[in-house]
Design a protein around this ligand. Structure first.
Ligand SMILES: C[S@@+](CC[C@H](N)C(=O)[O-])C[C@H]1O[C@@H](n2cnc3c(N)ncnc32)[C@H](O)[C@@H]1O
Length: 212
């Protein structure tokens, strides 16, 4: 999987000074290096753009790498709402989104994502694109909330669903998230309200369309 991703990144991803700076800022601030891969980021930009999405909800901001990729796919009317547990992560993410020119189009809700999601439901908010990339143990709950908050035809993209390839390799020792992701993928694949596919880019992303 690593070789395939390195190949895809080397052929399809060109140098991106701004995203390189974002990765450096994450390291300098002592935050984990767990942003999406360059090509996975480009896939997000492409999906937002193809879907003509205007109202995006991200769950898990870290330093804003995926946030920038998402925002690059929308136009001047686009809005990104991002849920992040850590106040200092959200601050760095917003500062990086501002450097990328999206200061007024990105906003952050700090705290446990499940609480923020409940607030969004109570406020009757709707989104046309979701990116789930926070703590894996709550993926099923995040999915339920995203479906509640989805406009008809919305896309839900979820990261890390291959769990380092372990879900597909029965001879490998299961990792921390193998079982969770196997179960999540089954849920997504068989969900009556979703049409879904798994794209093996980065650590694997499911792309689900919410049926109208
Ligand atoms: C994999 S990182 C996100 C990477 C980011 N999407 C990117 O690619 O640039 C996961 C993020 O989820 C956040 N997180 C973890 N548990 C959370 C929770 N319960 N609620 C909200 N955010 C959470 C972490 O603080 C971390 O910033």
């Amino acid at each position: 999987m690593r070789k395939i991703n390195s190949y895809i990144d080397s052929v399809f991803h060109s140098q991106d000074a701004l995203l390189e700076e974002v990765l450096s800022s994450i390291q300098e601030n002592g935050m984990p290096s767990i942003s999406v891969s360059p090509s996975a980021g480009e896939l997000l930009t492409m999906l937002v753009s193809i879907a003509n999405a205007k109202n995006i909800l991200e769950i898990g901001a870290l330093g804003g790498y995926s946030g920038i990729c998402l925002a690059r796919g929308f136009d001047s009317e686009g809005k990104l709402t991002s849920l992040e547990l850590e106040d200092r992560y959200a601050k760095l993410a917003h500062s990086n989104l501002s450097k990328a020119g999206f200061s007024d189009q990105a906003s952050y809700m700090i705290g446990p994502a499940l609480q923020s999601l409940e607030t969004l439901v109570n406020d009757d908010k709707h989104f046309d694109f979701f990116f789930i990339d926070a703590d894996k143990g709550d993926y099923e709950n995040y999915l339920k909330y995203c479906i509640k908050l989805a406009a008809p035809g919305a896309l839900i993209v979820t990261d890390n669903v291959l769990a380092g390839g372990s879900v597909a390799d029965k001879s490998a020792k299961p990792g921390r998230h193998t079982e969770l992701m196997e179960k999540f993928n089954e849920t997504v694949a068989n969900h009556p309200q979703l049409e879904s596919l798994l794209i093996p880019i980065g650590d694997g992303m499911t792309v689900s369309k919410v049926k109208k």
